[in-house]
Design a binder for this molecule. Sequence first.
Ligand code: HEC
Length: 106
Amino acid sequence: MNLKSVAMAAVMALAALPVIAAEEGEEPEYGVLVDKPGAEETYIYCAACHSERIVAQQGLTREDWIELLEWMVDEQEMEEIEEPDYTIVLDYLSKHYNTDRPNFPK
Ligand code: HEC
């Protein structure tokens, strides 16, 4: 191997890296929702009628999430979420989709 082919091999190895990473990366299970405790429940309840993206794009305080869930029940025909799931979903939303928007979908 001369110097040029070593350099070529290095370039080709680098170019192949992102492909390998993409193949190994698993499909996120809950769409754009961040994979933390509560994601499954939130996805099941909230992606039934609309995309989970509409949820992830919000950045609300806990109080505002409570109001939004009430609105979802009162005006959008969502079934009321029973405990303990209600608290799981509310904790998840107010922790990961708060006003700092730490997980705003790209
Ligand atoms: C029974 C159907 C249904 C379920 C279940 C449901 N939604 Fe909705 N949601 C709607 C509809 C319909 C709209 C659109 C309302 C509109 O824009 O007039 C909506 C809109 C929204 C919006 C956008 C509000 C805005 O300001 O435009 C958010 C956020 C949202 N839902 C969050 C949730 C969350 C969180 C859950 C789970 C706890 C949930 N939804 C479950 C029907 C549902």
